[in-house]
Design a protein around this ligand. Structure first.
Ligand code: NAP
Ligand code: MG
Length: 499
């Protein structure tokens, strides 16, 4: 419900948004009430059983929207990782390698259906633990996670059609490490293709977002998945290192920062282990003067502010054709003023909480660098909750290619705007980055879309849309954004050894 108010926004008012003509409107809170069914303390999931960590260590998972501790999470140590790989090996030998593709597919379908059944509960847990708005976890993360299990269930008995005429076999036990920005979805991207192709798994969620991974273990038990086929071990960077270096891991699948990806590449070199790396990005979202402008404004907003900008493929560099730059930026600023920042569990929230204090500080440091280097900062004047980690949607004008904010991944709700005059200048600027994960093109001309898609060195190029995903569509990077593909037929090939 909306009620018009003449009051000025203040830092204590949470549900206020400035709409057209500077009027202020207040929204009634619309909290999501489903029970996330959280436990006070979680256990590791090894060999089909929940077990206290042999390390006896725990850490707190924090709700970034309130800064309060949500649950106690086990910190897996060396003995736990040894046990997890032993279980993955026995699960592979006893059950999974002996099962037909058809039967593996049945388990994947079952997992997908159970995830759908408990979708709202998981969505609330995801928003509480990670800070993302409930409308995103409810309408994007959960449906997409289930969709990955359904999609790869379909492939499990058709692998010979993915690789016609080839000899192939699974790796056996694989180690998987995932980041905090899409905790359950990244888990689904990893586990579904690995199981469909006959591998068994030891997976580590990120330190700040372990809860939905550990809840997912309940689904595996409910699905009656054979023991040891999936083992879920929470912990910190050290736990990740133990997985990477474990002799029982025949392949490592990593999603995270380029810095850690490089360390993993060094650690696995010469070991004979398979490796796929899904790393960072600094995508260009290129808007030509013949683009449908209002649609492009929405696409740019979605491209950078979806999930607080904690998105590897975020359209964090806007390249706008000079002739429309003025009007485009005016419309962008107007739209930013209507974005609602606040409680992740409020159904009206557009931008939730920043995942951790460390990430908030990183965003602040890079924004300071942008100001220091001479770019012009514009921030929404919206009010922020008094507790929790929040950041105003921000844009920088007057950015040049050498600015840190044009080169480094900010991983927050901050857009850097550059301009161009010709198509070749747009291509040159878009490709002037160490990354190569994604890009966007906005234009009325099909020929320009085709030229740009071929010229942009990015794993995914969206045309007149942004952040669109489908399990059948492969996703992955070039250059420092990594190698290997997740999703689609290509996602299957990366979990098979082909001879
Ligand atoms: P991160 O610091 O690299 O961490 C990723 C995962 O690796 C976490 O589980 C982390 O554990 C673990 N880890 C940390 N140090 C490790 C080490 N030395 N050896 C093995 N594992 C280690 O990245 P993040 O900050 O969580 O995630 C953000 C990054 O992920 C961004 O750069 C983003 O672009 C990228 N990302 C890429 C994709 C893609 O598909 N290309 C998708 C999503 C995110 P802790 O949590 O305990 O540190
Ligand atoms: Mg948390």
């Amino acid at each position: 419900m909306l009620a018009k108010s003449k009051a000025k926004p203040s830092s204590t008012r949470r549900n206020t948004v400035e709409l057209l003509f500077g009027d202020l409107w207040e929204f009634d809170p619309a909290p999501e009430l489903a029970d996330p069914k959280l436990k006070e303390s979680y256990a590791l999931f090894i060999d089909g059983q929940f077990a206290a960590p042999r390390s006896r260590k725990y850490f707190d998972s924090i709700n970034p929207g309130t800064e309060k501790a949500l649950a106690s999470i086990p910190m897996a140590g060396k003995a736990d990782i040894d046990a997890a790989f032993q279980a993955a090996d026995s699960g592979y030998r006893k059950y999974w390698s002996k099962m037909s593709g058809n039967d593996r597919g049945k388990y994947l379908y079952r997992i997908g259906r159970l995830l759908q059944d408990r979708s709202r509960e998981f969505a609330v847990a995801e928003s509480m633990d990670g800070g993302k708005p409930i409308k995103e976890s409810r309408d994007f993360d959960l449906p997409m996670a289930a969709a990955h299990f359904f999609y790869y269930a379909g492939w499990a008995d058709k692998l010979e059609y993915a690789l016609p005429g080839a000899n192939f076999k699974p790796y056996g036990p694989v180690g998987q490490i995932i980041p905090w920005n899409f905790p359950l979805l990244m888990l689904a991207w990893k586990i579904a293709p690995a199981l469909a192709t006959g591998n068994t798994v030891v997976i580590k969620p990120a330190e700040t977002t372990s809860i939905t991974a550990l809840k997912f273990a309940e689904i595996l038990q409910e699905a009656d998945l054979p023991s040891g086929v999936v083992n879920i071990v929470s912990g910190a960077g050290n736990t990740g290192q133990l997985i990477v270096n474990h002799s029982g891991a025949n392949k490592i699948a990593f999603t995270g920062s380029t810095e850690v990806g490089k360390a993993i590449l060094r650690a696995t070199a010469g070991s004979g282990k398979g490796l796929t790396l899904e790393l960072g990005g600094k995508a260009a979202n290129v808007v030509f003067d013949d683009a449908p402008i209002d649609q492009a404004v929405e696409g740019v907003i979605n491209g950078i502010f979806f999930n607080q900008g904690h998105v590897c493929c975020a359209g964090s560099r806007l390249l706008i054709q000079e002739s429309i730059a003025k009007v485009f930026v005016r419309k962008l600023k107007h739209r930013i003023a209507s974005l609602r920042v606040g409680d992740p569990l409020d159904k009206n929230t557009d931008i939730g909480a920043i995942n951790s204090r460390e990430q908030l500080q990183k965003i602040e440091r890079l924004v300071e660098a942008g100001v220091h280097e001479g770019a012009a900062l514009f921030q929404s004047s919206c009010s922020l909750p008094r507790r929790g980690w929040y950041y105003r949607p921000s844009i920088f004008e007057g950015v040049t290619q050498s600015h840190r904010i044009a080169q480094e991944e900010i991983f927050g709700p901050v857009l850097s705007i550059l301009t161009f005059r010709t198509i070749s200048e747009a291509i040159e600027k878009a490709n002037n980055t160490a990354y190569g994960l994604s890009a966007g093109v906005w234009t009325d001309k099909g020929s320009k879309i085709l030229k740009m898609s071929a010229a942009l060195k990015a794993g995914v190029v969206w045309a007149n849309t942004y952040n669109k995903f489908d399990p059948s569509s492969p996703f992955g990077g070039y250059k420092e954004s990594g190698f290997g593909r997740e999703g689609g037929k290509q996602g299957i090939c990366d979990y098979l050894k082909v001879s």
